[in-house]
Design a protein around this ligand. Structure first.
Ligand SMILES: Nc1ncnc2c1ncn2[C@@H]1O[C@H](COP(=O)(O)OP(=O)(O)OP(=O)(O)O)[C@@H](O)[C@H]1O
Ligand SMILES: [Mg+2]
Length: 487
């Protein structure tokens, strides 16, 4: 028992907040054992146990205790003792009872206010993380936020989020330390599972685990007690799509003296669910991106093959036909030579058309001469005059050059078809890790991706390589495409 407030006339009180064991025959132990008021009139003769001794030392001759019951549970008691010869008055229990009720009500109020406040704090912390998850924030950022929010809410020394690898190791993916000092094992750190420690227990059982660091083993156990200085910790599993994905750990360091409260595991559940959602979201986004990239790549591959077939097959055959025609021209009678020549010219026109089609299907000039030369060729052929501002000389990865080329090609075609523009400005800049394209015409505006498949296809292609695509086209304000592609 712990005395929490004391009033006395003798001046030899038991200090507030000191702890004393129960046991023996005394009113405090009696109330504890029976949950009912208790009275001992002859303390000197008939009391025993530590509390009995403490009362006798202070000259108490008779005493009464009445229980304080808070929400059906024995919470404590009010003790009244007297050093006088005559026993305490017979109605003192009833008179004390009204005080114990007041005390109980006050305690219940304070407790429910505290638990309400804690609930509100928990909700706010979860809401902050949920907002990040809903905004498709990168998982690393969500992991760090989860560690911090859980750590602060539970008022622990450390909060650590780890992911299990198939090779039987764990990877630290989020950390928070109360002091703000860097985590002894930083994000990205890997440790082999095994031995007795909280993360290995969770890995093996798929269930929450608690551990006291007087008894740990394995590399993780060593690191946790030596580097982190952990004293006690709790781990709860994080499952994503019904698979054990990782573990959320909260812990106290050696300096701490508090045990982790019993409902810690339950409080962590909300956070681990949010982690699972963030992972599932990120996974499906990554899958979506990958499948988009595969579709674009497959389509490009087909176009490249058709272009090669046209080049090596149809175009070569037409060239041979033209040469043959020129060859027989001298041998035929002069009256036929004119018609033969016209046939050869028509076949040459067909060859030019096939070349043009092949170029539209796949710009082989791109792989041969690079983006800058290919864009210059596009500009030369454009029906609308083009101003080029190309601030780059370096070669870029193939998929980036192809994406940039198609963007300019589609923009020039649109300007010619729809814009009634007098000029198109094409700006290309390639600072460190990004390609920036700005294509602007001075036409009638009103470009709308929903009105055709060209702009939508372009957006797909750019986003598939992780880029961004933006169209602004106010009426009479011309059309601007802004494109950024990461390199
Ligand atoms: N530069 C522009 N100026 C004015 N209107 C434009 C411009 N670019 C596009 N538009 C309008 O937006 C619509 C959609 O363009 P988009 O390129 O997606 O399709 P499209 O050019 O009509 O057909 P395609 O599938 O062959 O490209 C066009 O039909 C046109 O009305
Ligand atoms: Mg178009």
């Amino acid at each position: 028992m712990t005395p929490i407030t004391i009033w006395g006339t003798a001046g030899r009180n038991i200090p507030v907040d000191s702890r004393r064991p129960l046991g023996g025959h005394n009113v405090i132990t009696l109330v504890f054992e029976t949950g009912r008021p208790a009275r001992i009139d002859r303390y000197a003769e008939s009391s025993s146990g530590p509390m009995g001794a403490a009362a006798r030392e202070r000259g108490i001759r008779s005493a009464v205790g009445t229980p304080v019951i808070v929400e059906g549970r024995l919470w404590g008691l009010i003790f009244a003792g007297s050093t006088l010869e005559q026993p305490l008055p017979p109605d003192i229990e009833t008179r004390l009872a009204s005080f114990t009720e007041l005390v109980a009500t006050a305690i219940a109020n304070a407790a429910s206010r505290a638990s309400l406040a804690r609930l509100a704090e928990e909700q706010a912390a979860l809401r902050r993380v949920a907002t990040l998850v809903a905004r498709a924030t990168p998982p690393q950022v969500v992991f760090a936020a989860v560690a911090e929010e859980a750590g602060r809410l539970l008022a622990v020394d450390f909060a650590i989020l780890v992911r299990y690898d198939p090779q039987g190791t764990l990877e630290v993916v989020g950390t928070w330390t109360r002091t703000g000092a860097p985590a002894p094992t930083p994000v990205g750190g890997r440790l082999p599972l095994g031995g007795r420690n909280v993360t290995t227990l969770v890995y093996q059982t798929g269930r929450p685990a608690r551990i006291d660091y007087s008894d740990v083993s394995g590399v993780i156990g060593q690191v946790a007690s030596r580097d982190w200085g952990l004293r006690s910790s709790i781990g709860v599993p994080v499952s994503a799509e019904s698979r054990l994905w990782g573990c959320m750990v909260v812990a106290f360091s050696r300096q701490g003296t508090l045990p982790l409260p019993a409902d810690t595991e339950a409080q962590l559940a909300g956070f681990t669910e949010l982690v699972a959602t963030a992972i599932a979201n990120a996974d499906s986004r990554a899958e979506l991106m990958a499948s988009r990239a595969r579709i674009v790549a497959a389509a490009d591959e087909t176009r490249r093959r058709i272009e090669r077939d046209l080049h090596d097959g149809t175009q070569q055959q037409l060239v041979t036909v033209i040469l043959d025609l020129r060859g027989v021209q001298a041998a035929v009678p002069p009256e036929l030579q004119g018609s033969l020549s016209r046939i050869a010219e028509r076949v040459t026109d067909v060859l030019d058309q096939v070349r043009e089609i092949a170029r539209g299907i796949h710009p082989s000039i791109l792989s041969e001469l690079g983006l800058t030369r290919a864009l210059k060729a596009l500009a030369r052929r454009s029906a609308v005059p083009v101003e080029l501002d190309l601030r780059t000389g370096r070669r870029l990865p193939g998929h980036v050059e192809v994406a940039a080329y198609y963007a300019v090609s589609e923009a020039l075609a649109n300007a010619a078809k729809h814009a009634r523009a007098s000029v198109v400005h094409v700006g290309l800049d390639t600072p460190d890790t990004v390609v920036r394209l700005a294509i602007r015409d001075d036409g009638i505006g009103g470009a709308d991706p929903a009105g055709g498949s060209g702009l939508t296809g372009l957006r797909d292609r750019i986003e598939a390589v992780g880029g961004t695509f933006d169209v602004t086209s106010p009426a009479d304000g011309g059309t601007t495409l802004l494109i950024e592609i990461p390199v």
